[in-house]
Design a protein around this ligand. Structure first.
Ligand code: UT7
Length: 349
């Protein structure tokens, strides 16, 4: 058995900066409200018709691959995490593969939203550990900007999200004390619709196991995307923010303690904590709960908003580039989001 280690890491954010003041021009919100509730000052939006989720992922992947000291031809498996894919299907993994000329190798898409990167890390880790693959490319990328409601109706969701991508290359190491020490994955589908983007989908307005209302539709046939969905503008993400917040501040500390416990560590042993960038207030709450000083937590939501599956690899890469993640450091990753799903990972760098 091997451990898997992060041999290369990279990120890319689009050039276009969208400030809170830019959003005020299109919806009833304020810089004060956004900063006070979320910590966000600005975010990046990709260039429509020129960029897409997979192209953002390619840019991050190129950097990660170069830093691993290999070429795209050496990659033997792709894991791509996103909730905002280029297409409904096929997934963005094969599109990245095509753009990078890595045809023939397997490409797996992960749909675990904010926890997508850690779920992907766990999957990639298993492949490397067993010796099945030697160079696994794991990408988290999002282009939220083309799927948000830019009217006041959508303000509670829209102000939070931004575009970006992060990537790592995982390789085997024989040193059992190094690399990914453990990953911990959880989900509770009870809350599936509390943070969701339901259309297009096969539900037809009937949410199994919950309240049923059903779209006015024919008995047979229909489509994933119906005229009814478009007419009622039921084509945007929705979030019960307070409900999500309440669970996030409970589950983050829980899943971090689980990772620490599994490896015989305590919070004070963490050298760098990289939380999923959901809300600065959530990260600060978790930091306080763990008793970590400011220099042991990396937050960049102020600059990029919530980039979902991309937020952890972007933050991890920034921290590494800043020299804050060094050889032998104990790095803790943790995420919570839509599903609900939540996850953590401990890495000995
Ligand atoms: O990564 C995925 C996981 N997502 C999260 O972790 C998000 C967790 N939740 C949150 O971060 C917070 O719930 C939000 C930042 C989304 C919202 O903050 P909140 O303090 O929970 O606000 P709220 O939804 O309870 O809304 C309070 C008020 C409402 O007005 P009334 O009903 O009190 O008059 C909203 O309509 O704020 C209003 N509001 C806004 N006002 C200005 C909602 N969004 C906005 C906005 N600008 N963008």
């Amino acid at each position: 058995m091997f451990n898997s280690k992060i041999a290369g890491i990279g990120y890319y954010v689009p050039e276009k900066v969208v400030t809170n003041f830019d959003l005020i021009k299109v919806m009833d919100t304020s810089d004060e409200w956004i900063q006070e509730r979320t910590g966000i000052v600005e975010r990046r939006y990709a260039e429509k018709h020129k960029e897409s989720t997979s192209t953002l992922g390619v840019k991050a992947a190129e950097i990660a691959i170069a830093r691993a000291g290999i070429t795209a031809k050496d990659i033997d498996f792709i894991v791509f995490a996103t909730l905002s894919p280029d297409y409904y299907f096929p997934g963005s993994g094969v599109l990245l593969q095509r753009q990078m000329g890595m045809n023939g190798i397997g490409a797996l898409d992960i749909r675990n939203q904010c926890s997508g990167f850690i779920y992907g890390l766990s999957v990639a880790d298993q492949f490397v550990k067993t010796g099945m693959y030697k160079n696994v490319l794991l990408v988290g990328a999002e282009m939220h900007s083309c799927g948000l409601d830019f009217t006041t109706r959508g303000r509670n969701v829209t102000v939070i999200f931004g575009d970006g991508a992060g990537a790592v290359v995982l390789q085997p190491t024989e040193d059992q004390a190094k690399g990914v020490l453990s990953t911990h994955l959880h989900a509770d589908g009870e809350h599936a619709e509390r943070l969701s983007y339901l259309n297009p989908g096969s539900h037809g307005g009937v949410f199994l196991g919950t309240e049923k209302f059903g779209y006015p539709d024919q008995e047979f046939g229909g489509a994933f995307l119906t005229e009814h969905m478009i007419a009622t503008e039921d084509i945007y993400p929705n979030m019960d923010g307070q409900h999500v917040f309440k669970f996030a501040v409970t589950k983050f500390p829980e899943v971090i303690q689980e990772a620490l416990h599994a490896n015989g560590y305590q919070a004070k042993d963490i050298d760098m904590f990289i939380p999923h960038q959901a809300n600065l207030r959530i990260s600060q709450f978790v930091q306080q709960k763990l008793g970590l000083s400011d220099d042991k937590v990396w937050n960049n939501i102020q600059k990029y908003g919530n980039t979902t599956a991309a937020s952890i690899p972007i933050a991890l890469c920034e921290a590494w580039e800043a020299g804050k993640v060094k050889e032998n450091d104990l790095v803790c990753l943790a995420a919570f989001g839509s599903g609900f799903t939540w996850a953590s990972a401990l890495i000995r760098w």
